[in-house]
Design a protein around this ligand. Sequence first.
Ligand SMILES: [Zn+2]
Length: 488
Amino acid sequence: MWVLWTILGILGVFLIVTLVRAAFWKPEAVNSEPLPEEAVDVEKYRRDLSDAIKIKTISNVDIEKVDWDAFQQLHALFRERFPLVFENLQCEDISLASLLFTWEGTDPNLEPIALLAHQDVVPVAAGTEGDWTHPPFDGVDDGEFIWGRGALDMKNHLIAVLESVESLLAEGFRPTRTVYLCFGHDEEIVAAKTSGAGSIAETLQARGVHLDSVIDEGGAILNLNAGRILNKKLAGVGIAEKGYADYRVSVKAKGGHSSQPPAHTALGEIADVIHDLEAHPFKATMPAFVYELFTKIGKNVSYPARLVTCNLWLFKPLITAIMKRIPPAASLIHTTTAVTMAEGSPAANVLPQTASVTVNFRMMPGTTIQNVEEHIRACVRNKAIGVEYLKGKEASKISPTDSRSFKILETLCTRTNPDMLVAPYLVMGGTDAYHYEEVCDCIYRFSPFVMDTALLLTTHGTNERLPIVCMGDALRFFKRYIRMMSAE
Ligand SMILES: [Zn+2]
């Protein structure tokens, strides 16, 4: 009997603790004092972005296939639209079509900051051109959206940075810290061996530059509308990005004519390999920043969801277990495995002499390319497999959330809109910022554009478009960021 009472007693204590924590755990007080007004010219930004989208700066793994004239045209557009930038900043051509602008600060003792953006865009998938409401390279401005490839990734951000600097120059502003504008030309080439961003970072490193902070794409401001539970905007600031690795796993067999097959062909054996890989996902753990993300959101949700989110210490295993079953959530807490390509014999009546699958892994910070190979060898029962590393890049380091620049990002967001939650985030794809780890410890991936998740998903897809309503705030954001980083 005492066992039952003990269990009930423990449960009771847990219940009281969770209720008390939920009741007293209030959202952190945020600085919501309105910021001084900032003059912005949204009409000009609309025209410039629309014209930038018309220039097809599509990158390609094969540099022979890149239309380099397009990049020259984009640079010419920059010269025409941002004369003060070219007059006051030093502009250098780096690598094939990257640009490095240096805006000299008044105090050489302060560490410089860098604003990154890439000039290239992904192509439109063949056969989908007709699905677009407005053609992808017409830069149509219909009064509600700017349509086209690059409207979200990331000519919007690139042009916003230039507009903001041009505008600050027109007002006679001069930064105390040196400001670098670093515009790569081939960000969309996954795991490229050489890259424009890499060359810019090497140039800075060779000059002995160490940056205070870097801002690049990767996070956005999402509308969180979960009925009565939560109604906020979430500014996800990417403080790290996942690694990437492609491996080919193969098995060999005798081959021969398909009229006399063995019980399992090489492709049959490969099916077992696929099964083993999918049956043994990487272990899920909740990293500190995911915990921080949930805590931030959790303090702002209403009952009864609040009971769980305010007691993560207790519910962490449960939440992790639930997240594992939801692919977008699962990708935040473990290294993912995706078997994407398979190859067998070249003809229907030929037994394969070798069969293979290509597997794409996205690693959590802390899991290396080498760890992935060890994982493959450990979980596949067939020890005669061949494991070939194709390409990849390690996961990034994790940037701190207590740095000056992170705090400024946070203040800027909450002072623009007190309903905004700012939280660290893990970026799934790669960004140019990855190349700056040697010259900077505080790398933040964040685009100050407010949107719905559905719209964000048009990135790299059909009908990519930017809501015009969010353009003014983006300009104000960059102007204020440069001012605030200069003031401290
Ligand atoms: Zn991008």
